[in-house]
Every structure is written in structure tokens, then in C-alpha cells.
Design a protein around this ligand. Structure first.
Ligand code: HEC
Ligand code: HEC
Length: 347
């Protein structure tokens, strides 16, 4: 690659925040190709790149995402539970929050979360901005208050300057904080999974076994719920359509939001993008492996018992959905000032 085309590739990838640690950066031609879906009739669609309206706001949001000073302890950031080095999740059954408190439910990935019809397993936040205020003030997560978090940011000159540059005012408030975090999250789109290349027409992008897994995924009916660009995230569905799902987790699903009996145990269908990285699975984190999750889905959603060979093929297909993970310089956070509060995580 010439220097100029490499720089151009970087510029494009900066918008998509996509760059793999496994494979070398793809050329602009390759990225372009993967956007045009040759296999247009498939229920799964090529994931579209993120649109970045305001790069400076994204940069600010990235800092806030990584900043543990938004928590009471001064130790927990969004990245603690949605670790961008681990598929945007924490790989724990349920998360660990303030004072080591045990979370009630499995942490979903933030990758591609901008595509969700709503946020959380039960969809109680309408979008990323509304969601982002939740954890800061949740006693079991970051354990802080919006007022204290904002006052702390206001005491940090580097942030004051940056909010001023992005929002045109040095008066920080929670609305601007959550807006910036959401703008950053919108960029966490994972493009160029092998399966996207296959959808774009590259026959060699996936193996015979992976393709057979996809055929099984379709013919069994998984695509009724896991479809579109994210293979999920676009509807609420019952967990246990054919057979009830047994769990000790008290979450009621969508009913908790709508109050309707019909929504009992309906959960937002999770995306299957990068699902290889986001174990354990289900809202209760009960399925430890992808094989177990596929087995349970077959039985309780579709009344199908897959043979070990069929299960392995579907798992192999699901692993082709791992896209290029977000790659960027680790943000360096502006230091606290003498006026900033000092955190004591132990009281
Ligand atoms: C202590 C762990 C923890 C921290 C810290 C945390 N989260 Fe979460 N996050 C979770 C859990 C658990 C859920 C699922 C809660 C539910 O659905 O009821 C979640 C849900 C989400 C979702 C919804 C994803 C989806 O598919 O529905 C987004 C987006 C998100 N968090 C972003 C953030 C951001 C931004 C921050 C920082 C401001 C943050 N989280 C801090 C644990 C955490
Ligand atoms: C009727 C809709 C529906 C069908 C059909 C369906 N799923 Fe699901 N799937 C869901 C819902 C809803 C969840 C989340 C349930 C929960 O955690 O309570 C889920 C969760 C999953 C998960 C776990 C993802 C995660 O991050 O926790 C995997 C893997 C999965 N499904 C694969 C499949 C496969 C493979 C098939 C076909 C054999 C399938 N699903 C069929 C609705 C469906």
C-alpha cells in the first residue's frame, strides 16, 4: 500500500472505528466492496459504517467513556463493564458494581448498540443518550450522582476547555455528558466480519462448514428473530416460545416497562454480531458457551434438538460474525485540579 492510500484507509477507518488486530487494515476498495451487498436476498445484511457527525464530540465522549471519575469510587468507568478490549462486555455472568455489588443481569455489549430499537434487555431507555445517564447514578453500578459527577468534570480545566470547544459553552451538564458518550458509542460499529465479505459476494470468505451453519441457522428459523444488520436488536421476543425457560433470575423482561401481561418474559433480541466475544449468554448469563446457547435456543424457541455436528456448524457460522474491533489511541484523560474532589473508594 502506498503511503497516501494508507492514510486514506486510516481516515475511512477512523469514521468506522474499525481496524482488526488479526488482519491488516483493508484498503478503501475493500471497505467499499463490503458495503455493497451482492447477496441481497439474505435476511442478514451487511453492517453499514457509522456516520460521524461531530468528530470532536466523539473524542470527548470517548474520554468520558473511559473516565472512572464518573463513579463514586473513582475506579469504575463504562469500560469496566463494557470492556472494548473484550467485545464491549465484561465476560461475567453478571457485572461487579460499586463496592463489589453483584449486578442483577448480564451486561450486553456496547458494540453496534446504536442499532438497537431501545436500550437494556427490557428496552426501558429509548436511546443511547437516555441510557448513558443510568449507570452513573445507579447505586449498584457507578454509585455517583449526576450533580457530583458534573461538578467534578467542571473542576477539571481540560474538560471545561473541551466541552467549550464542542458545545460552545463551558457550563457542563449531564445532558452534554450523555450526549457526548452516546456520540462515541454510535461509532462502535464492527465492520468487515468474514460473513459481511461473504454477503458482499466473496465466496471464499467463509468455509464450507460455516456456510452450512448459516444454512441451518436460516432453515431452522433463527432468522425470524436474529436478522438484519445486527442479527438482533430490532425486536422484543419471548424467551421460551416453545418451552419455558428456567432461570432463578427475577428479571421479567418487557413487562416491567409496559405493564402488559403479553410482554411477560419478552426480552430484546440480542445482536449476534461479535457473539464469539460476548460470553456468557442470555440475560441471566446462564449459558457459558456458544454451543450451550445454540442448544437452548433450538429447544426453547424452535422445538429443535440439534445434533452435535449441527450445533458445531451453527457455532462456526456465528463466529464469522466477529467484525473488526474498535481501534484507536487510548484516550489520555485531563488531570484533576487541586479543586477536584478526591475519591475514597472504601467509605
Ligand atoms: C457495573 C457495570 C456497568 C457499568 C459501570 C456500566 N454498565 Fe452499561 N450495562 C450494564 C448492565 C448490567 C447492563 C444491562 C442492564 C439491563 O438491561 O437491565 C448495561 C446496559 C448497557 C447498555 C444497553 C445495551 C443493550 O443492548 O441494551 C448500554 C448502551 C450501556 N450499558 C452503556 C454504558 C455506558 C455508556 C456506561 C458508562 C456511563 C455504562 N454502560 C456503565 C453494566 C454496566
Ligand atoms: C422467537 C425469537 C428467537 C428465535 C427464533 C431465536 N432466538 Fe436467539 N434469542 C432470542 C432472545 C429473545 C434472546 C435473549 C433471551 C434472554 O437472554 O432472555 C436470544 C438469545 C440468543 C443468543 C445469546 C446472545 C447473547 O448475547 O446473550 C444466541 C447465541 C442466540 N439467541 C442464537 C440463536 C440461534 C442459533 C437460534 C436458532 C436456533 C435462535 N437464537 C433463535 C430470540 C430468538
Amino acid at each position: 500500500m502506498t503511503k497516501i492510500s494508507f492514510v486514506a484507509a486510516l481516515a475511512i477507518m477512523a469514521t468506522a472505528t474499525a481496524c482488526s488486530s488479526k488482519t491488516p487494515p483493508k484498503t478503501p476498495e475493500k471497505i467499499q466492496q463490503a458495503i455493497t451487498q451482492k447477496r441481497g436476498d439474505e435476511p442478514v445484511k451487511i453492517i453499514k459504517p457509522a456516520k460521524v457527525a461531530d468528530p470532536a464530540m466523539v473524542e470527548l465522549g470517548k474520554k468520558l467513556y473511559f473516565d472512572p471519575r464518573l463513579s463514586k469510587s473513582g475506579f469504575i468507568s463504562c469500560n469496566s463493564c463494557h470492556n472494548l478490549s473484550m467485545g464491549g462486555s465484561d465476560n461475567l455472568k453478571t457485572s461487579i458494581g460499586h463496592k463489589w455489588s453483584q449486578g442483577p443481569i448480564n451486561a450486553p455489549t456496547v458494540l453496534n448498540s446504536g442499532m438497537n430499537i431501545a436500550q437494556f434487555w427490557d428496552g426501558r431507555a429509548k436511546d443511547l443518550k437516555e441510557q448513558a445517564g443510568g449507570p452513573i447514578a445507579n447505586p449498584g453500578e457507578m454509585g455517583y450522582t449526576h450533580e457530583l459527577a458534573v461538578a467534578e468534570l467542571q473542576s477539571i480545566p481540560g474538560y471545561v476547555d473541551e466541552f467549550k470547544a464542542v458545545f460552545g459553552t463551558d457550563k457542563i451538564d449531564i445532558d452534554k455528558v450523555t450526549k457526548a458518550i452516546a456520540a462515541f458509542e454510535q461509532t462502535l460499529v464492527t465492520q468487515n466480519a468474514p460473513f459481511d465479505d461473504w454477503l458482499a459476494g466473496d465466496d471464499n470468505a467463509i468455509t464450507k462448514e460455516e456456510l452450512e451453519g448459516y444454512e441451518l441457522f436460516k432453515s431452522s428459523g433463527c432468522t425470524a428473530c436474529h436478522n438484519g444488520e445486527a442479527l438482533g436488536g430490532n425486536s422484543f421476543q419471548k424467551m421460551g416460545v416453545v418451552e419455558p425457560y428456567k432461570t432463578t433470575n427475577p428479571a421479567e423482561g418487557r413487562e416491567a416497562v409496559t405493564g402488559k401481561d403479553a410482554d411477560r418474559f419478552n426480552f430484546k433480541v440480542p445482536t449476534l454480531r461479535n457473539v464469539e466475544l460476548t460470553y456468557p449468554y442470555f440475560h441471566d448469563g446462564a449459558a457459558q458457551t456458544l454451543g450451550q446457547a445454540v442448544d437452548v435456543m433450538g429447544k426453547i424457541q424452535l422445538g429443535k434438538a440439534f445434533s452435535p455436528e449441527e450445533n458445531a456448524k451453527i457455532v462456526a457460522f456465528l463466529k464469522t460474525l466477529t467484525g473488526e474491533q474498535p481501534a484507536f489511541m487510548l484516550p489520555i484523560l485531563p488531570p484533576s485540579s487541586d479543586k477536584s474532589p478526591r475519591h475514597n473508594p472504601f467509605n
